[in-house]
Write a protein that binds this ligand. Structure first.
Ligand code: FES
Length: 103
């Protein structure tokens, strides 16, 4: 099952930009890297407090602003320990809308 839901319009997140959304009680960070969108749980799973939206991009990955663990934006894999792998969401564009699959 998929549960694609509109979370933003493309004008809101131009290439190189990012935006955090809150939906269904989840905080999710959306990144636009060279006009490809990625969606990842915003809260770093290491200490469960740091917001990945404030992290530094590293290729197709985001480094946590606290201790620098890197999370792959395509898979959610953590480079330090798989115990900290996190959730990423399928994302697609329809017309001017960005949708993510919340399942
Ligand atoms: S809180 Fe994110 S790496 Fe430690």
């Amino acid at each position: 099952m998929s549960n694609y839901t509109i979370i933003a319009e493309i004008e809101e997140i131009p290439s190189g930009e990012r935006k955090r959304i809150e939906i269904d009680g989840r905080r999710i960070s959306i990144f636009n890297i060279d006009n490809t969108y990625y969606a990842i749980n915003d809260t770093c799973p290491h200490k469960r407090t740091a917001p990945l939206i404030r992290g530094k991009l590293d290729g197709i990955g985001i480094k946590c602003p606290n201790h620098g663990y890197r999370f792959d934006l395509e898979t959610g894999e953590c480079n330090i320990d798989s115990a900290f792998n996190t959730k990423v969401y399928p994302i697609r564009v329809e017309g001017n809308s960005i949708l993510i699959d919340l399942d």
